[in-house]
Design a protein around this ligand. Structure first.
Ligand code: TRP
Length: 336
């Protein structure tokens, strides 16, 4: 049986190698056997300050990366969140059923609030930051997905989504919402920051040295990997606790080459860090160069790219609209 898989990516920055290895490459594998809905969360992107031009550019660039990485527009539905109005409509209904306390308790909200305060020296926190998880819950619940692939940093948001679904089911109509399940790919390693390998590699990282972007050229990759944190042992072994930097490099290598960590370890046994880094630079560049070429092709024909996104939105809307109508009926908004 085909499973419905739904995931979103916020259009706040440029996509990273972590996005590719942790998410996109997995979607490519999932797309043939399942029904995929992947959207670019441009409404989530405006919960933090972002320039108009950057937001629009990011949105198209991300779409082009997805297709260039092998997401097939003929089998997967890729769309832009703001093109399917049902997301915001359902999010309002969920908002009316969520509590201030539970939203304030979200660790991402607390982190982002801290960051906003530090950066702007202000105590004014945009409400969008607080209600971010209710929009995410709407994104998910509209589609009744079987699986929601997200990183572990999104687990709390997914738990809240379940809570909201159960709350509305109890209040209005059992089975109104399907309870979503998080999906973490097996055998996929968490790709970490190059300078602080205890943190995940994040596209919203302020320091570009922490991150390999999908758009990085050979020189940039070389510079970043050469400066990546290791340790002074010069022994290539996987040990996240004691050797987070080297372990991260091994994980990157293993993920790209489809090797197990043990295979990667034995390949590098008796080699030094300089050899490890040189190999990784080549491996990353060989992966990214052809993808970059394809991405440029997609970007150079914007009209066709937009058409693909609109087709995706149309397919998504069929499902989202019927769910929203059901919800509106169940709560009495649909009065006719
Ligand atoms: N918040 C998610 C992230 O930062 C992106 C996202 C938004 C999402 N809506 C979603 C992921 C719905 C899965 C399902 O990674």
């Amino acid at each position: 049986m085909k499973k419905r898989v739904l995931s979103g990516v916020t259009s706040t920055g440029k996509l990273t190698l972590g996005n590719y290895l942790g998410a996109i490459s997995n979607f490519v594998k999932l797309q043939t056997e399942n029904e995929l809905f992947i959207f670019i969360a441009n409404l989530h992107a405006i919960t933090i300050p972002i320039a108009k031009k950057e937001l629009a550019t990011n949105t198209l660039e991300i779409a082009a990366w997805y297709f260039a990485c092998g997401i097939d527009p003929n089998v997967a539905n890729v769309f832009v969140q703001s093109d399917v109005l049902e997301h915001t409509q359902l999010s309002y209904i969920l908002l009316c059923n969520s509590y201030l306390g539970e939203l304030e308790r979200m660790t991402q909200f607390k982190d982002k609030m801290q960051k906003t305060k530090q950066q702007n020296k202000t105590i004014s926190i945009p409400t969008g930051l607080l209600v971010y998880p209710t929009l995410m819950a709407a994104d998910i619940l509209l589609y009744e997905p079987d699986l929601v692939p997200v990183g572990s940093d999104q687990t709390q948001h997914l738990e809240l989504t379940k809570t909201l679904a159960e709350r509305l089911n109890a209040k209005y109509q059992a089975n109104l919402f399907k309870i979503p399940q998080q999906y973490q790919a097996q055998h996929s390693h968490r790709i970490m920051s190059l300078q602080d390998p205890t943190k995940k590699m994040s596209k919203s990282d302020d320091n570009p040295k922490n991150v390999i972007f999908l758009s990085d050229d050979l020189n940039t990759i070389t510079e970043k990997i050469k400066k990546a944190v290791t340790d002074s042992e010069n022994i290539i072994k996987y040990d996240i606790e004691k050797k987070p930097g080297v372990s991260n490099l091994l994980a990157i290598y293993a993920s790209i080459t489809n090797k197990t960590i043990a295979e990667a370890e034995s390949y590098f046994a008796s080699k030094d860090y300089s050899f490890l880094k040189t190999e990784i630079i080549t491996t990353i560049h060989n992966l990214l160069a052809p993808i970059q070429e394809k991405q440029q092709k997609y970007l150079s024909d914007q009209a066709s790219l937009i058409k693909l996104l609109q087709q995706g939105a149309e397919n998504a809307k069929k499902i989202a609209a019927s769910k929203l109508q059901e919800v509106q009926k169940a709560i009495g908004i649909n009065y006719q």
